[in-house]
Design a protein around this ligand. Structure first.
Ligand code: UDP
Ligand code: MN
Length: 296
């Protein structure tokens, strides 16, 4: 503008390219980790570009979900119905549902290019074991048909539903989800028992990641699930269990193997937190916890 001194004009020009005038900037939030991985928030990516890149690569994207015991009737239909509206719309998708009762899986109408495959699993007695056993089961599935069918896989809890677009912008070699309630807790709290394979030393931990959403390439997830399952087995042999079960082991893995992409809490949001200015477009919403009804 006229009347601006040369150095101020230089600063304005520079900001045009790098700072406040960048339409894809979110100066209100952290958008990059210390190891250079993007933390994606609404407004930091162009969904149309991600969509086009995924189509050019002719990707098949897997979505795994476990629905064992009462979680099946309570959550699975809504999870799948809302996934049809919001998850990787326009891409080739293969759902993998793991349950002990394949016949009870609801029939959800699927759009073209989308398939659903049901795998039978044994029902563990304790809910903690249902949750932890997922790592071993996923490891095997990734080494079999799922691994041959899909290029990238997202692994999710069933007790949530989609509310906004969850598209190929989330894809990367390895993907971790910031926990809506305490993503900064990894540095602040002793998160698990000191003797667990999942233990971190004081001061270790980047963020606290939520096990309700993680993903990546088949190869990366083979490594992740192997390490988590190994840690869980080691703990069991020592007669102990990490405080947050598979989530503790997942956090240990991501401390040692930094995720290539991090999803902001809007990708898996808890409505009980209430409105937050930085959460513009929640994509998955947690169901209220009803453990008394669901867990034995
Ligand atoms: N799960 C299940 N049946 C069970 C316990 C767990 O199907 O009895 C699966 C389900 O996909 C669930 C996930 O394991 O979303 C993790 O358990 P939960 O959601 O109860 O754990 P939280 O999110 O509360 O840590
Ligand atoms: Mn859950």
């Amino acid at each position: 503008p006229m009347g601006v001194c040369p150095s101020a004009r230089m600063a304005l020009l520079r900001d045009n390219f790098t700072g406040l005038l960048n339409p894809w900037a979110r100066p209100d939030v952290l958008t990059c980790t210390s190891w250079g991985a993007p933390i994606i928030w609404d407004g930091t990516f162009d969904p149309a570009v991600a969509q086009q890149e995924a189509l050019q690569q002719n990707l098949t994207i897997g979505l795994t979900v476990f629905a064992v015991g009462r979680y099946l009737e309570k959550y699975l239909a809504r999870f799948l119905e809302t996934a049809e509206r919001h998850f990787m719309v326009g891409q080739r998708v293969v759902y993998y549902v793991f349950t002990e009762r394949p016949a009870a899986v609801p029939r959800v109408a699927l759009a073209r290019g989308r398939r659903l495959h049901v795998e039978r699993v044994a029902r563990e007695r304790r809910w903690q074991d249902v949750s932890m056993q997922r790592m071993r089961t996923l490891h095997e599935a990734l080494g079999g048909r799922l691994g041959r069918e899909a290029h990238f896989v997202l692994c999710m809890d069933v007790d949530q539903h989609f509310r906004g677009a969850f598209g190929p912008e989330v894809l990367a070699e390895s993907v971790a989800q910031l926990h809506a309630w305490h993503s900064l807790a990894a540095r602040l709290l002793p998160l698990t028992r000191a003797r667990s394979a999942a233990a971190l030393a004081p001061g270790e931990g980047d963020f606290y990641y939520h096990a309700a959403v993680f993903g990546g390439s088949v190869a990366a997830l083979r490594g992740l699930t192997a390490q988590c399952a190994r840690g869980q087995r080691q703990d069991r042999e020592r007669g102990l269990e990490a405080r947050w079960h598979d989530e503790s082991h997942l956090n240990k893995f991501f401390w040692l193997h930094k995720p290539a992409k991090v999803l902001s809490p809007e990708f898996c949001w808890s409505p009980e937190i209430g409105r937050r200015a930085e959460i513009r477009r929640p994509r998955l919403l947690w169901a209220p916890k009803e453990y008394a009804l669901l867990r034995d």
